[in-house]
Design a protein around this ligand. Sequence first.
Ligand code: FRU
Length: 482
Amino acid sequence: MSKTKAADSYIAKHPIENSAYRHTYHVMPPVGWMNDPNGLCYAFGKYRFFYQFHPYAAAWGPMHWGYYTSDDMIAWELAPTALAPDEPYDKDGCFSGSAVMKDGKLYLLYTAVSGALQQQALACSEDGIAFEKRGVVIAWKDLPADASKTNFRDPKFFEKNGTYYAVIGSKHQEGAGQILLYRSGDLENWQYVGCPWRTDGDELMCECPDYCSLGGKDVLISSVQFLHREGWRNENEHTPRYITGEMDFSAGKFYPEIGDEIDSGFDFYAPQTFTTPDGRTVMIAWMQMWDRTYVTAPEGWVGAATLPRELTLKNGRLFQAPVREIEKYRTRPVKAKDLPILGERVVENVRGNKCELSFTLDLGTAARAGVKLFCGGQREVSLYYDREKELVIFDRSNMGVLVSGSSRERDALIRSVAVRVKDNRIKFRLFMDVSSLEVFLNDGERTLTGLVYSPKGADNIVFFSEGGPARLVKLEKYDIVV
Ligand code: FRU
């Protein structure tokens, strides 16, 4: 039996039956381990989502490409495992990569790992389901002389004015992280163009680079390993960042303008973008982080993907909004207006842990104001504005389960982000899904994504203010049922 078929038969025999934490409207592995989203695209009439997959344990292992398809990016259907590490050049893993349609065929470019070597290999499908490997097309000998041979991975390829380009993650031999640009006319033969981006500092690696074009700007994205903390930024061990600017595709040079971290929560890594048929740029990330306590591992699975998020640039900065397709799945609406908060306040019919909750918060004279979510059994997850710190804070320290990270991480229980307060107000839009919380602030100017593990049935929602009254100007809540 082929290795992809073996993975599918394992999946069929090992459904996850007892789980306290499975999400209800986010993509997760059917069993085993998921990390990076790969090969995001719309092809053969469906959205396609591949991912780094290790079926046989709820832990990272020899990487396969798991596979889901969808009509709307929200309801996903399991598809046969697309790639398995079954060739000499990829025997140690089919690492991250991307997808492109060319001449009616779907091509995957992924990192083939064999021993210490990381090279880029091509696979092709005529029906979008069965993939035939074509071998290594960008080899270690295609690297510039000053690049590490063992850190060369995660190609994101795309077409621009009739030429194919790939941005690939790399490490300079002196230790800086960098993104390399390659060019091809036919997807089989590739030439090195240049190094459009290199980080300052060393011991870094630019994983999962991505390129998209937004509002007339070129945007480079990369998940930078071991970036140093700067205030509330880069609090995780590894940080996905974006940089806007202009790319000179013929010289392989990038002229940067604005850069920042993409999400300020706990669990957001390896985002990849693609373009929908109606021209939206949509990004999906891994909703987990490396080196954490993997709370769901005893249930037989780890990892999920964020909601697909539409990207736009406003005043040069990145904004994120969940794709509008999610709104089709709203049920049981609750709407309210003008609710004063002094101390704690529960709003009639506003409870749940598989729902969307939006509110505009007038901060009044409160020192701190916000909401406690996933409340029950003395446990809660809180999200609030702290006026003195001028930060929105996501605090999961009292969620009920202790999560810790690597020794480099100062803390894995509290994250914060600066937001602009306009007219003394902040807009919150939250998506809760059993064990996850995605927060969009001020129409997606900032986001916080994190996993939360609370006691069974902890679904109370309590608004609060401390040190003075605050007010809910407007509130909307929907259950999300997919
Ligand atoms: C990022 C990453 C990639 C690599 C993949 C392996 O999360 O380390 O650089 O291709 O995961 O699973």
